[in-house]
Design a protein around this ligand. Structure first.
Ligand code: ZN
Length: 663
């Protein structure tokens, strides 16, 4: 398809968000407590789906929510018991709800729901209510009719720091299994678990060593009559899985095509049998289905919570393709050769024939299990290496969540605090979301794939500097081209001023904002952070005549001004040529000099200033999302339409979910 046709298709803006991003009045922030912000996301493009697709998304959404109890129970064996108490108190307590103790109790309940249990979702540490135990006891007593002994026992689980202190222990000096509260093991030691799986693998003589099944992925290890054995999650959570199957069955009946129907039915087969070979077969069918517009994630997927890294938590997600954004990455990919040919690098480092990577963008309609409410904004599945190699994988970015993050970020005060003037803030409001996404696309679809190694030079020649140079190369490629008039010509940006939003953000972040995540006195060690510092500091240092940057001080605070964006673009191009040369020629020494001089050290005085300015802003370090609700419009038994509404009350959603899990 020609670029022109794509441009025409793009300008249709089917289901796109408001053209003027700054005037989007939807309220994205719903709640703020402890270290958490609860946001809302909007399901843009919903009205463009056919009724059949809407039904399909709806059934997959119900399937994504039906396993909610599983993740609570997996995180810790006490969680469902505590959750039931919290839900009862919150829905039934009739006493004073204005006092400080009630407020503290509510914060605990919200944190508990947010983390899907009693341990912090990120740090894995147990957290505690700030209201006194006696007060909590009174709440239980007045709503639950538990006797004194049962109340004492429950409160001990909640308040005693010695009971289940860590969900996941990473202290390799101790037994990882017995020191982790995660509910994957019961009455067994790390040694026993390891021996159990070693024996299991040894006994499986018919196994294909090239295509191993994921032993232990979906089971709990227990001791029965003194013998170590495992219970499949599909047996352990039969009640919830029955509900998941019910909704998947309905989804299969309105599938978009045979391939999609086949993998949904295969997933049902896995849930019925718990057979890991079937799980692999399902993943192959799912990975190979790249045609369907509606898609989902549902199953025991990620192993981050298991101290031994093999058992998976349950998660669910329903989504559909974001056509407009997917077109954007298609346009970029189809012009890959033009970008390569016009790159400011030396001709001998250019690829004669280059192909862009096409990534898919999706709109999520429902989050469930381990994806709710804290969720990733990108997905790359399946996890099995041999399936990825032989059958491919799906790499997607979740557009509507990125948008919600962007909109919420506009209001947290960071720009107002660190940006030089209204001009920069207004530009960020108007263009920031578009340029953010475009920069990521240019980096991922073209940046990493551009350029070539000189004959005989190996990819790994830069050793420990490989990652940072590689990230710098991809970032510089995207920075250079986002400022190219070609972006407007291809319809990827609205005008030639838009790129300035990206440049300003990049420099302020590289020089100041990103240091907030580093402890005072420490240096940059992570490759992406090093690369941003490298690019920023090199450009400031190479602005010999002071024509591009101005460092200003106002009320004792430091600000950066960019005076000439066009000249800054030329600097990005110059550094790109330099970095490409380092990579193509494998110059370890040159990489070392560049990275050590510009990408590692942090200006101590500025670092301290940034941290103290951030502290006053009280920005929540963690975020999560409220799910939208579906409104089914029926005529008798026939579904006529499905509409979406956006709740604002986190507590209400939690009580609603609790209600539906009892049915
Ligand atoms: Zn990268």
């Amino acid at each position: 398809m020609s670029a022109f046709l794509l441009f025409a298709a793009c300008s249709k803006k089917q289901g796109e968000r408001p053209e003027d991003f700054a005037n989007d009045t939807f309220e994205f922030v719903a709640d703020r407590f402890a270290d958490i912000e609860i946001m809302r996301y909007r399901v843009d493009g919903w009205d463009d789906l056919s009724l059949q697709q809407k039904e399909l998304v709806y059934y997959l959404s119900e399937a994504a929510r039906a396993g909610r109890d599983i993740i609570f129970d997996q995180n810790c064996k006490y969680n469902l018991q505590i959750r039931s108490a919290l839900d009862t108190i919150v829905s039934q307590y009739g006493g004073d709800k204005t006092c400080e103790n009630w407020q503290k109790f509510i914060v605990y309940a919200k944190r508990f729901w947010f983390s899907n249990g009693m341990h912090h979702h990120y740090s894995n540490d147990k957290f505690f209510p700030e209201c006194p135990k006696e007060y909590f006891d009174k709440l239980i007593d007045s709503t639950m009719h538990l006797d004194k002994a049962a109340r004492t026992q429950l409160l001990d689980i909640i308040y005693n720091p010695k009971v289940a202190p860590k969900r996941l222990s990473q202290d390799t000096g101790k037994d990882l299994v017995t020191n982790s509260a995660v509910n994957f093991y019961e009455g067994v030691t790390q040694k026993e678990v390891e021996r159990y799986y070693a024996d299991l693998k040894a006994a499986d003589t018919g196994a294909d060593p090239e295509r191993p099944v994921a032993y232990g992925l979906a089971s709990k290890v227990v001791k029965e009559d003194g013998k170590v054995t495992e219970v499949p999650f599909t047996v352990l959570y039969a009640k919830q899985i029955q509900k998941i199957i019910y909704w998947l069955q309905k989804a299969s009946e309105v599938a978009e095509n045979d391939a999609q129907k086949a993998h949904i039915l295969k997933l049902i087969e896995f849930y019925r049998t718990g057979d890991l070979k079937t799980w692999d077969d399902y993943n192959i069918l799912w990975a190979e289905d790249t045609k369907s517009e509606v898609d989902y994630v549902n199953g025991f997927i990620e192993v981050y919570t298991d101290p031994l890294g093999q058992k998976a938590t349950w998660e669910g997600l329903a989504n559909f393709k974001d056509k407009v954004s997917s077109e954007r990455s298609a346009i970029i990919s189809q012009n890959a050769q033009w970008f390569e040919d016009h790159s400011p690098i030396d001709d001998m480092f250019k690829k004669k024939s280059v192909k862009g990577v096409e990534a898919k963008a999706i709109v999520v309609a429902q989050l469930g299990g381990d994806c709710y409410p804290a969720t990733p904004i990108g997905i790359n599945l399946p996890n099995s290496n041999w399936i990825r190699k032989e059958h491919g994988s799906k790499s997607v970015t979740i557009e509507n969540l990125m948008y919600a993050y962007h909109k919420a970020g506009m209001k947290n005060g960071v720009m107002q605090e660190f940006y030089w003037s209204d001009e920069e803030i207004k530009r960020a409001e108007k263009y920031g979301y578009q340029t953010d996404k475009l920069q990521v696309d240019l980096h991922e679809c073209l940046g990493h794939g551009s350029g070539q190694m000189l004959y005989g030079i190996e990819e790994g020649a830069l050793k420990n500097y490989h990652s940072v140079i590689e990230e710098a190369r991809a970032d510089l490629f995207s920075l250079y081209y986002i400022g190219d008039p070609k972006m407007v010509e291809l319809g990827l940006l609205p005008d030639t001023a838009a790129y300035k939003a990206c440049y300003y953000k990049y420099i302020v972040n590289g020089k100041m904002l990103q240091t907030n995540r580093i402890k005072l006195g420490d240096n940059f060690t992570e490759a992406h952070m090093q690369n941003r510092a490298l690019i920023t500091n090199w450009c400031i240092d190479n602005d010999y005549d002071g024509e591009i940057f101005e460092v200003e001080t106002r009320d004792g605070k430091t600000y950066i001004r960019i005076k000439d964006y066009e000249k800054l673009r030329k600097l990005f191009g110059k550094l790109l040529a330099e970095v490409q040369k380092i990579k193509s020629t494998g110059s370890y020494e040159a990489a070392k000099v560049l990275v050590e001089q510009y990408g590692v050290k942090i200006d101590k005085k500025l670092h301290k200033e940034v941290k103290s300015r951030y502290e006053k802003l009280n920005v929540a370090p963690y975020g999560g999302f409220l799910n939208p609700d579906f409104i089914i419009e029926k005529d008798g038994e026939t579904i006529k339409d499905i509409k979406i509404s956006y709740p604002t009350d986190y507590i209400k959603q939690m009580l609603q979910y609790d209600d539906s899990s009892k049915k």
